[in-house]
Design a protein around this ligand. Structure first.
Ligand code: UDP
Length: 249
């Protein structure tokens, strides 16, 4: 098996029908979420999702600055996605670029759909997403961790945002693409919802899929999102149990 070749002739599924990392088509990479990992943030979270390692700090709601950015009816959410220079195989030039600006925008909008922003006129909520190690699916992992960090900050929300990717590689519809599948595959769909209502708050797509493949991807996502939503809630309830346990000491 080799990774050399063109996107269409690369073998990403082995003869036993498994992916290069040994997963089945609808299998997630391991996910671990930890809450309240930063002392000075109002809320924070750390997520490991496969090889992704991402830290999120939430600050606010606080009076929006500069004043002309204030909205008299609601708070605005400013997420800043940032990828460390050595988070990837080939050093990334530090600082914002078109990709990080785009990701910051779509993540801000997804979070704003979940937060009850009307309760905080003239305020801003800052969300810093620091990608320390990247391995495909960082926008979704960052968004999933961000919504946990916002909840940990005690900011009122309609629901958590939960996300996952699906796509197509080596001609197969797959859940939660790995780096090779993302790089050499035929489609990649980052997808995020508010689970209580099913409202889609982020959906992007590279590549192409048939209607049947899209519907297969959606049913894989549906099952995975339920699982990830449980992980988010477990991480939050564990952080509260830890706080309550400290009071008893
Ligand atoms: N990547 C990279 N260098 C970059 C940007 C991305 O090596 O400057 C890698 C990184 O592992 C990332 C993956 O490519 O996770 C896929 O990037 P994409 O833009 O699809 O976003 P993501 O899947 O991380 O949300």
């Amino acid at each position: 098996m080799t990774l050399l070749g063109t996107a269409s002739d690369i073998k990403l599924i082995n003869d036993d029908g498994l992916r290069l990392d040994g997963r089945g088509f609808d299998e997630l990479r391991p996910i671990k979420i930890e809450v309240n990992v930063l002392n000075r943030a109002d809320g924070s979270a750390y997520i490991e999702w496969g090889g992704n390692k991402i830290l999120v700090g939430v600050y606010g709601p606080r009076e929006a600055y500069p004043k002309h950015s204030q909205n008299i009816n609601k708070a605005f959410v400013r997420a800043r996605y940032s990828m460390a220079a050595f988070s990837v195989d080939e050093r990334k030039r530090p600082g914002p670029d078109r990709r990080s600006i785009e990701i910051s925008k779509v993540v801000s909008e997804a979070l704003e759909s979940a937060i009850i922003v009307e309760q905080f006129p003239r305020a801003e909520i800052d969300v810093f997403i620091e990608v320390l190690q990247a391995d495909a699916g960082t926008r979704i992992a960052g968004l999933t961790a961000s919504s946990v960090a916002v909840a940990a900050a005690g900011i009122p929300m309609r629901d958590l945002v939960v996300g996952c990717t699906a796509g197509k590689a080596d001609g197969q519809v797959l859940l939660d693409l790995s780096k090779e599948e993302d790089n050499f595959g035929q489609a990649d769909i980052p997808f995020a919802i508010l689970p209580k209502t099913g409202e889609v708050v982020l959906m992007q797509m590279d590549g192409d899929l048939t209607v049947e493949e899209m519907s297969k991807a959606h049913s894989m996502l549906d099952k995975a999102l339920k699982h990830i939503y449980n992980l988010q809630r477990e991480a939050l309830s564990k952080s509260f149990t830890d706080v309550v346990a400290q009071w008893g000491e």
